[in-house]
Design a protein around this ligand. Structure first.
Ligand SMILES: [Zn+2]
Ligand SMILES: [Zn+2]
Length: 121
């Protein structure tokens, strides 16, 4: 086997850092989904673009009242917000070990925004 010289993927702990990057929003828009977990209760579910932890972000408020399909609310392209859009700030809340994390915090420090459209179609 003449495998490449890349080292075997031993997961090195990612240090905690409060950072954002335009690609986080792009990646998150692709992999997050919105699920209705109870009447008028929705969660955003997806993986952190930085540390790949699975996150669940509860959405407060009945923002999607009258929406026909809950699957259409997440904008898959990170465009500029338009009227009727809701900009949802998301911060990583994983429980993984990230060195240098301040006491009492969770997550890897990454944050980004998801664009949700609340326009009825
Ligand atoms: Zn993270
Ligand atoms: Zn993490």
């Amino acid at each position: 086997m003449d495998s490449s010289d890349t080292p075997s993927p031993i997961a090195e702990p990612l240090p905690y850092a409060e950072v954002t990057d335009p690609t986080y929003a792009e990646v998150a828009a692709q992999n997050f989904t919105v699920e209705e977990v109870a009447p008028d209760t929705h969660v955003l579910r997806g993986t952190c673009p930085r540390c790949n932890a699975v996150l669940e972000v509860p959405l407060v408020g009945n923002v999607f009242h009258g929406m026909r399909s809950i699957r259409d609310v997440l904008r898959k392209r990170h465009t500029k917000p338009s009227a009727g859009d809701r900009v949802e700030p998301v911060i990583c809340t994983c429980e993984d070990a990230h060195p240098n994390r301040p006491e009492g915090r969770s997550g890897c420090g990454a944050y980004w925004t998801l664009l949700l459209t609340t326009e009825a179609k």
